[in-house]
Ligand binder design. Structure first.
Ligand SMILES: [Zn+2]
Length: 247
């Protein structure tokens, strides 16, 4: 059966000197993997028709009980040019695609996930060079997966005094609960908590990237977001750090 899919390459691996394996996030088939035979040959129908962070129309042969399909052809629909020249934005796009790649099971039908991926990549072209954007994109990603951190009151006793952040509890906890349960906590000073609350509510990244941050605030925000992402999505911190090192 030939399947037609709008798709974004999440990762590209060499298979042989001329062939490539591509993991795609598709609009309606979920995540699929294809072998693109001879993709690097000069007359290949794939040449220049797919690249990381871009959207293509993909045709592939789907066979039941197989996990690696054979690509037939593809056509580039939307190249996100910015990532060729803006290295910082490219690092952010790279983190976003690795996030989707590592957390999406094969073939789960999630059209909204594809829409979110496209949206975050589109916005990364404009805002991806700002470290704040990465945090905002993570908020959106967490929200989609039903893991939005709880930032109001202590998640255990509803107190709003002496709040700290605890990834395992899914949000803020008060010092009393943290001590009583010996919870691993991160510092979350009131100014940092206020920033997190505002960014979680922000529907667009414009105001977020314009937030002026001190080095101390940025360090605290990244410690909180990094620990949270690692805890809930089992994401190795090196991916996040690579994106941040570029920012
Ligand atoms: Zn409490």
């Amino acid at each position: 059966m030939i399947v037609q899919a709008t798709a974004i390459p999440l990762a590209i691996y060499p298979w042989s000197s001329t062939s490539r394996i591509v993991h795609w996030l598709t609009h309606h088939q979920g995540k699929v993997s294809t072998l693109l035979k001879g993709a690097l040959r000069p007359k290949s129908p794939f040449l220049g028709e797919y690249e990381l962070f871009s959207t293509s129309e993909l045709l592939y042969f789907a066979k039941p009980a197989k996990t690696l399909y054979t690509g037939k052809e593809c056509a580039l629909l939307h190249r996100r040019e910015t990532f060729r020249t803006n290295w910082r934005a490219m690092q952010t796009a790279s983190y976003i695609t690795s996030l989707f790649n590592r957390t999406t099971p094969e073939e789960a039908h999630q059209p909204e996930l594809f829409v979110l991926c496209e949206e975050l990549l589109d916005l990364a072209e404009e805002y991806g060079q700002h470290p704040q954007y990465l945090l905002w994109a993570e908020f959106r990603f967490c929200e989609y997966h039903g893991h939005a951190p709880s930032l109001g009151h202590c998640v255990l006793c509803a107190s709003d005094k002496e709040l700290r952040f605890c990834a395992g509890q899914g949000g803020v906890v008060c010092m009393q609960c943290a001590r009583a349960r010996k919870l691993p906590i991160l510092e979350c000073p009131p100014d940092v908590l206020a920033i997190l609350r505002a960014w979680q509510k922000a529907r667009q990244p414009g105001p977020v990237v314009n937030t002026r941050l001190t080095a101390r605030q940025l360090t605290a925000l990244n410690a909180i977001a990094g620990t949270f992402m690692m805890y809930h999505f089992h994401l190795h911190p090196e991916y996040r750090n690579a994106a941040l090192a570029a920012a």
